[in-house]
Design a protein around this ligand. Structure first.
Ligand code: SF4
Length: 239
């Protein structure tokens, strides 16, 4: 299936929330940032921690100009366009251009299953592993998720066009081993840009996962990535 079939053309972007907080994941951990969360996703990961932007999308439809105005009303110099899946919106490049014109640093969080040419400073790619398959979903969604979730061609294209980080959510050692096979398919990548994050939405669960995942990452020359915002705020919406 061509990715452009799933692109939502038109001028509107559904937004579930816009807020300022502190980045809790990846290279920019600790940086005050405005988060604009688009609503709607072409995947249905069982562990999705923002179901209000995927399984049960909610929020108002806004123009790119309206979204940019709301983002720029906050003071942070860094902006994170996240979801859901921001890349499903054809108006995303226009939104990025408006924010970039105000000299804000833009990170786009994406599962990289849909391609668009977008101006941004960091593309944060979070490919979904086979264990992300939806639980309790319809047969149609189970099939769609598996069919869509892995687009090596799109990942490579985004990596070639942007400064990137590759973030994998892992729950088990089997997931971590799958990451290695995934990386083999990419062939040319920078291990210092590969981040493995534990699955979990409580500090206890994350701490438990860290016990095996931290040394595993060191042994395999990739980076462990905490989910600091859960340690700081808990699994709380708007943080
Ligand atoms: S890709 Fe992200 S937003 Fe979409 S269902 Fe998976 S975890 Fe949730």
């Amino acid at each position: 299936m061509e990715s452009k079939i799933r692109l939502r053309k038109g001028a509107l972007i559904r937004i579930s929330e816009i807020y300022q907080s502190v980045q809790g994941e990846g290279f920019l951990t600790g940086v005050p940032s405005v988060f604009a969360r688009t609503s709607g996703c072409n995947l249905r990961c069982w562990f999705c921690d923002t179901p209000y932007s995927s399984w049960r999308p909610e929020g108002d439809y806004l123009t790119a100009t309206q979204v940019a105005e709301r983002v720029l009303a906050f003071s942070a110099s860094h902006v994170v366009l996240t979801g859901g899946e921001p890349m499903i919106y054809g108006a995303l490049p226009e939104l990025c251009a408006s924010i970039a014109a105000a000299n804000r640093h833009i990170t786009i969080e994406t599962a990289a299953t849909i391609y668009q040419s977008v101006p941004c400073d960091l593309i944060s790619i979070s490919p979904k592993l086979s264990s992300s398959a939806p639980r309790g979903a319809s047969a149609g969604w189970i099939h769609a998720h598996e069919h869509r979730r892995k687009r090596v061609d799109i990942i490579l294209r985004l990596m070639s066009e942007h400064a990137y980080q590759l973030k994998f959510v892992v729950d088990t050692t089997a997931d971590a081993e799958e990451v290695l096979r995934f990386l083999d398919e990419l062939v040319d990548y920078d291990g210092q840009r590969v981040l493995l994050m534990p699955q979990g939405i409580t500090t206890d669960a994350l701490d438990q996962q860290a016990q095996w995942l931290v040394p595993w990452c060191s042994d395999h020359h990739v980076r462990y990535c905490s989910r600091a915002h859960i340690h700081w705020y808990g699994n709380t919406r708007g943080t």
